[in-house]
Structure formats: structure tokens, C-alpha cells
Design a protein around this ligand. Structure first.
Ligand SMILES: O=c1ccn([C@@H]2O[C@H](COP(=O)(O)O)[C@@H](O)[C@H]2O)c(=O)[nH]1
Length: 312
């Protein structure tokens, strides 16, 4: 259990980017929606069909240059079981193209319930002796604020299946400081304490590149805290949201990386998915090409501040 597979993909592509797949209908070109609505009407099924077609188009244009995708479950669950099927199909398709899949579910519960989440998203479900993958992501985002009871069941499955988790530590949203920045026990912040818990949860599962399979979510919108946490948590790999649509830039992300240019993967969802809507006169059929162009721009932007990514 580590992020070795992810790190190798990042280094191979020289790209520390994860493309977020948060498909709102407003981001999907009309021609795709028309096709799906012709088949299924303006229904949950029609919407889910459009999402899957849109995602596959994006993946086809991104898989050779971007190492990972991050579907956010909410954008699928809003279409009921059709949407959840589109999520499962998206994960399967991205994996068939060799991409690393981070399922953004921010799951959080205790004991056996957390074990059920772990089985659903990272493990295999036992159906009376027959085992099958339900979703099959490579990593899952989780909320660690229930403590070890919510994390230990995941660790067991992650070890068995070589999967990873990203625990919310310092989130990118404006109100994240209301709780996460509180100081206690002298001047230790809640986010730093949560980060140290990640370092501790991961200490037995450190991979060959020095990072464990217990990662942390730290927002690009708080660059000083990113730098502080990189210094404090040398074995914890970071998932960094907040680049692009939330205002973060490459310089804000710099502190997340180590001296070898690894240690983090930076997410952009709307920035990549909606790139086509920002290009005047673009034929909407070229939506995925516009996403590719933005992903290349983002890769080069990040590389300009972190340099070459090397395996040690
Ligand atoms: O602290 C956090 C944790 C998760 N997210 C998620 O990342 C993407 C960001 O999307 P953009 O369109 O690139 O802003 C989205 O899925 C969030 O739920 C986050 O933003 N911040």
C-alpha cells in the first residue's frame, strides 16, 4: 500500500496533474446531450448517458499525457443509480486506458461501516463466496475526523489491494479555517495535528519512493500551509485541489513538492472540463481537444516551477 504506482505514472508523463471529472450538464456540449436525450429523454438515464459519453471523450484525449483522473461522486449520485453506473463505467474506462483513479467520495464512518465503504471503493465485495470489484478505484478521499476507527478498516484493504487514501487535512475552501486553523496544545493547529495523524497511520506502509499510502488533501489556496505541511510530513503524499477555477496557480503549489519534484498531484476539474467554453468560435465537438490543450498548459505551468520529476 503506497502511492508508488501513481508516482511512477507522474514521472513517466512528467506531469503531476489529476484531471477532475465533475460533470455538470452545463459543461457538456449540446450535441452529446441531444444524442442521449433522443435515446432516453430528459431523464436521469439520459443525463447519465451524456455524462459517460462526455467523460470517455475527455479520457481519450487525456490518458497519454495526464496520469490520473478524480471523479467526484456527488456529480454522479445526483442522477441516482444511473449516475452511479456512469461513475462505475467511468472508473473502468479510465483504468482500461492505464490511468490512476482517485475516487473523490470524502467517505467517513466507523468500524464495519467504514469497512463497507473500503470494500465498495477499493476492495472486492464478497457475494456468498464469489468476489467482485464494485467500483475499483485506486485511491479514495476520506474524512479522518472520526479518528482511527474510520481509518484502520481502510488500511487493511489498502494493504491487501495496493490502494491508497487521501485524508482531508487543510481543505481549499474559504471557510476551512473555521475549524482546521484552530490552535490547541500550545500552537499546534487542527490541520497540522490531522497531518501528523496521517504520517502516523502511514508509517508502516511507506513505499519505495518514501511516501506512504496515506495521503493528505491540502489546498493550493493556502500556499504557506502547503509548504509548512510538506516540511512536517515527509512521508505523506499530497492531493492538491484549488488550482485554476479556485484561483490557485503553479507558484502556490510549489511548496507541495520535494527536492525530486514529487510528493504531490495537483487537481483541476472545471479548468480542464470547461476549457472548451472559454475558446471563442470553437466547434463544441472539439471540447476534449480543448481539455487536452489546457492539460498541457497546466503541466508546463507546474513543470516551470518544480522542474524535472525524478524517482530517487
Ligand atoms: O479541499 C478540497 C477538497 C476537495 N475539493 C474537490 O476538488 C475539486 C476541485 O474542482 P475545481 O473545479 O478544480 O475547483 C472538486 O471536485 C472539489 O469537490 C476541493 O476543491 N477542495
Amino acid at each position: 500500500m503506497s502511492f508508488d504506482r501513481l508516482i511512477e505514472k507522474i514521472v513517466e508523463k512528467q506531469n503531476p496533474t489529476v484531471a477532475g471529472l465533475d460533470p455538470k450538464l452545463a459543461y457538456i456540449p449540446e450535441y452529446i446531450k441531444e444524442e442521449s436525450f433522443k435515446k432516453y429523454g430528459k431523464t436521469l438515464e439520459g443525463a447519465a448517458d451524456a455524462i459517460l459519453t462526455y467523460n470517455k471523450g475527455l479520457i481519450d484525449e487525456l490518458y497519454d499525457i495526464v496520469p490520473a483522473v478524480k471523479p467526484q461522486c456527488a456529480y454522479y449520485e445526483m442522477y441516482g443509480w444511473y449516475g452511479v453506473r456512469a461513475l462505475a463505467e467511468t472508473i473502468k474506462y479510465a483504468k482500461s486506458k492505464g490511468m490512476f483513479v482517485i475516487t473523490d467520495g470524502k467517505r467517513n464512518d466507523i468500524g464495519t461501516t467504514m469497512e463497507a465503504y473500503a470494500i465498495a471503493h477499493l476492495g472486492e465485495t464478497d457475494i456468498d463466496g464469489e468476489k467482485e470489484e464494485a467500483f475499483g478505484g485506486d485511491a479514495l478521499t476520506v474524512n479522518g475526523y472520526l479518528g482511527s476507527d474510520g481509518i484502520n478498516p481502510l488500511l487493511t484493504i489498502c494493504e491487501e489491494k495496493d490502494k491508497g487514501i487521501f485524508v482531508l487535512v487543510k481543505t481549499s475552501n474559504p471557510s476551512s479555517g473555521e475549524l482546521q486553523n484552530l490552535e490547541f496544545r500550545g500552537d499546534e493547529t487542527v490541520y497540522l495535528h490531522m497531518g501528523r495523524m496521517c504520517e502516523d497511520w502511514g508509517k508502516k506502509v511507506v513505499g519505495k519512493y518514501g511516501y506512504s499510502g496515506v495521503g493528505a488533501v491540502v489546498g493550493a489556496t493556502y500556499p504557506e500551509m502547503l509548504t509548512e505541511l510538506r516540511g512536517e510530513l515527509p512521508k505523506t503524499f499530497f492531493l492538491v485541489p484549488g488550482y485554476g477555477a479556485q484561483g490557485g496557480g503553479a507558484n502556490d503549489c510549489k511548496g507541495a513538492f520535494d527536492q525530486n519534484g514529487i510528493g504531490a498531484i495537483v487537481n483541476s476539474s472545471r479548468g480542464i472540463m470547461c476549457a472548451w467554453q472559454k475558446i471563442e468560435g470553437l466547434d463544441e465537438k472539439d471540447y476534449a481537444k480543448a481539455a487536452r490543450q489546457e492539460a498541457i498548459r497546466m503541466r508546463d505551468d507546474l513543470k516551470s516551477v518544480i522542474g524535472e520529476m525524478k524517482l530517487k
